[in-house]
Design a protein around this ligand. Structure first.
Ligand code: GUN
Length: 289
């Protein structure tokens, strides 16, 4: 039986996000007060996936709440790769746009990698362009992926020791698994990356001081996978008959983990906050402000 004597903290990602957004709003407000152009994020949505539509609305709302501009480009589900590339090119050339985010997934037949490679790296707030991703790999990041940045902020805020920690990352996506592994490694964690072919996943996870689950397999991580005192970060969101479920059995983690992120108000608000921060970073680098 698991020892459930620990007081597990459920991460309040929303409160943490709001604190950072307040600071960002103050910084944006200083530019506005000085009569300067404010940072601007462009979001591109191809297709009519309702979840994606709701995500981009949330991103635009978050921008306007901190005084940033946001513009939107929508294309029909029938759009071709060339159609999306033309929109990206228009936004690359638009001097008033600081950040470009093309919402994923894209309609069938459109290569996410081709689109990412077309975005001006100076405006690459999703950090999926080969140059941006490569800079993180080489240890000289400019902009970095939003969800991994949010995860590091959470670990730091809750004073989780990253240096020398055993970190286990489940999932090797370009947007979460790979960049968060690199960020943890840069902070001197010993990182193990796991995926669908990993043997003895449960035993590997049992060694983790920091466990990041980002695979989209509902409640994959069970109570007996979690080391006592581990920091458990749940990135996965699956829709099971209308109910959102994470990659971690959160109830099972209670009393074992030191901290655990809930699948609502956990990592999600921090991802959007890091998108805002990346847009401000891109604005500063582009304008020299
Ligand atoms: N779809 C789900 N998450 C993301 C994200 O972080 N960036 C983009 N571009 N699309 C997404």
């Amino acid at each position: 039986m698991a020892d459930r004597t620990r007081q597990t903290i459920v991460v309040d990602g929303l409160a943490l996000a709001q604190g950072i957004r307040k600071q960002l709003a103050e910084e944006v407000g200083r530019y506005a007060a000085a009569g300067k152009r404010v940072p601007c994020l462009a979001v591109v949505l191809a297709g009519d996936d309702p979840a994606s539509a709701s995500y981009i609305m949330g991103k635009q709302r978050a921008c306007s709440r901190i005084g940033m501009d946001a513009i939107e480009r929508r294309l029909p589900a029938s759009a071709s790769e060339q159609d999306v590339l033309l929109v990206v090119e228009e936004l690359n050339l638009n001097d008033a746009v600081d950040g470009i985010l093309v919402q994923l997934p894209l309609p069938e037949g459109i290569s996410a990698n081709e689109i990412a490679a077309a975005i001006d790296p100076a405006k690459d707030v999703d950090a999926l362009h080969p140059t941006t991703a490569g800079k993180l790999l080489l240890g000289t990041p400019t902009l970095a992926a939003c969800t991994p940045l949010g995860i590091i902020e959470i670990l730091d805020h809750y004073e989780i020791e990253i240096e020398a920690a055993n970190a286990v990352v489940i999932g090797r996506s370009n947007i979460v698994g790979k960049p968060v592994s690199l960020m943890l490694q840069r902070r001197n964690a010993t990182v193990t990356m796991c995926h669908s072919k990993t043997r003895n996943l449960r035993e590997v996870c049992q060694q983790a001081d920091i466990l990041v689950a980002a695979v989209g397999v509902p409640r994959l991580v069970k109570a007996d996978w979690i080391k006592a005192g581990a920091a458990v970060i749940d990135v996965g969101v699956s829709n099971i008959d209308g109910t959102l479920v994470g990659d971690v059995d959160t109830d099972g983690a209670m009393g074992i983990a030191s901290i655990v992120t809930p699948h609502r108000r956990g990592v999600g608000p921090m991802t959007i906050t890091m998108l805002l921060r990346n847009t401000l970073t891109a604005y500063r680098a582009r304008t020299g402000e």
